[in-house]
Design a protein around this ligand. Structure first.
Ligand code: SAM
Length: 283
């Protein structure tokens, strides 16, 4: 079989190399290429790797894995959903692996989850081959809207309590998901007291993107904060999330009782404590 361009055979072993960064290449030893196909949007691959289990790879960049996808998905979902306290309508931009939707359906008070994903193939493939991340997502509250999140945000007249931008890296179709105009359109879809969160990349390798996201969100919300988690799959491990809201929430008042593997009530309070270099960059 002709190997996808990101995979090499070395001494009869399959290796996938993520080499989309100028000076950093990360290679994973692979047991099996479970799926590999070009969609209209990007190259979609599911690999079964030795150390990270099943992984979703888009245009040669690892998006999520069965070994640690839950860390990222729980952190980007439960922090805003818990801080909001009464979320009813949720918008997810991106999120094609369905991991965020899987966490959102744990809130019985939520009535509607709109997931705007540009590439239907990603959803199909993750439902079939990456159940460790997507779960058996069949909750009737989840509506899959296959569209460009930028276009959806500019045209929708919906009103949401929580908006989660679970985008890939700012390359290819996701570049515009980091623009101020996009955040502004999303802000206009938030109901009173609404909360919006974006994944804002690595504070180690992409500090400028994190700062840019923080500054753009700060121009739209009275209170903007950054929180972190360590996601081993992502380069450098340390990952940032930028959250915007209008009213201050006393973290001592929050209640958290969801079935999770990573997030706890105590962690929801602690994840906003930042290392000095991150505090200084968002001063
Ligand atoms: N958790 C992963 C991470 O942090 O890199 C990414 C989650 S998910 C796989 C990212 C999704 O964003 C992909 O399924 C991709 O197809 C989708 N996406 C990229 N650009 C988009 C756009 N303009 N509108 C909607 N979805 C988009």
């Amino acid at each position: 079989m002709r190997l996808p361009k990101y995979i090499k055979s070395v001494d009869n072993e399959l290796w996938f190399t993520e080499d989309d960064r100028d000076n950093l290449k990360i290679s994973y030893r692979v047991k099996e290429i479970v799926f590999s196909q070009m969609s209209d949007i990007q190259h979609v691959m599911i690999l079964d790797s030795y150390d990270f289990g099943k992984m979703l790879v888009l245009d040669g960049v690892v998006q999520t894995t069965s070994i640690d996808g839950y860390i990222y998905n729980e952190m980007i979902a439960h922090i805003p959903l818990t801080l909001h306290q009464t979320p009813k309508r949720v918008l997810i931009i991106g999120g094609g692996d369905c991991g965020v939707a899987k966490e959102a359906v744990k809130y019985p008070e939520i009535r509607q989850i709109d997931m705007v994903e540009i590439d239907e193939l990603v959803v199909d493939v993750c439902k079939k081959h990456l159940k460790e991340v997507s779960g058996n997502i069949s909750d009737p509250r989840v509506s899959f809207i296959y569209a460009d999140g930028v276009k959806y945000a500019s045209k929708s007249n919906m009103s949401y309590d929580v908006i989660i931008v679970d985008s890939s890296d700012p390359v290819g179709p996701a570049v515009q998901l980091f623009e101020l105009s996009f955040y502004t359109d999303l802000r206009s879809l938030l109901a009173g007291g609404g909360i919006m969160v974006c994944q804002s990349q690595s504070p180690v390798f992409h500090l400028s993107i994190m700062k840019q996201t923080y500054n753009r969100m700060s121009s739209l919300f009275d209170r903007t904060k950054i929180y972190t988690a360590t996601v081993p799959t992502y380069p450098g491990g340390l990952w940032s999330f930028t959250i915007g809201m209008d009213k201050s929430i006393d973290l001592k008042d929050i209640k958290f009782d969801k079935d999770t593997k990573y997030v706890t009530k105590d962690l929801i309070g602690r994840c906003f404590k930042l290392p000095r270099f991150m505090e200084d960059s968002t001063g």
